[in-house]
Design a protein. Structure first.
Length: 138
């Protein structure tokens, strides 16, 4: 097939300005422009809304426990303690990383993470007051 015939049969892609024919493999950038999703993204899109809400809440609780574990189980002293930095990184980039992995928004994961973190802070405070005899505020 000559170049002229090909250019009329297969128009240029408006985003990448590359001719795409049926026998040419697509590059990663072209796949993104044409709406192709990763395997995780495709799986997430096949899940119904009710199931997706449960997955968001489960991942949010898991992230909340991970942040709490960083705050309470890792003991380090100093102005910028390692446990606080690690907890901040998990809380800040964990939900965004999951959104990028599943290629779907996860607002309920953020809420579930914050609720789990608040509950664990309250439980830890009650534990300190009940068993160690220390008031939370002196």
């Amino acid at each position: 097939m000559s170049e002229e015939d090909r250019s009329t049969q297969y128009p240029l892609d408006e985003y990448t300005e590359v001719q795409i024919g049926p026998d040419e493999p697509l590059e990663e950038e072209q796949k993104e422009d044409l709406g192709y999703m990763s395997a995780w993204g495709e799986r997430a899109n096949r899940i119904g809304e009710k199931g997706w809400n449960l997955i968001q809440i489960a991942f949010g609780i898991l992230l909340g426990f991970a942040v709490s574990a960083c705050l309470y189980l890792i003991k380090s002293e100093g102005f910028l303690a390692l446990n606080v930095i690690l907890a901040f990184l998990i809380a800040r980039f964990g939900p965004r990383g999951l959104e990028m992995l599943f290629e779907r928004k996860m607002p309920k994961a953020n809420v579930a993470m914050l609720i789990t973190l608040a509950v664990t802070i309250a439980v830890y405070g009650i534990y300190l007051m009940a068993f160690d005899g220390k008031p939370l505020v002196e």
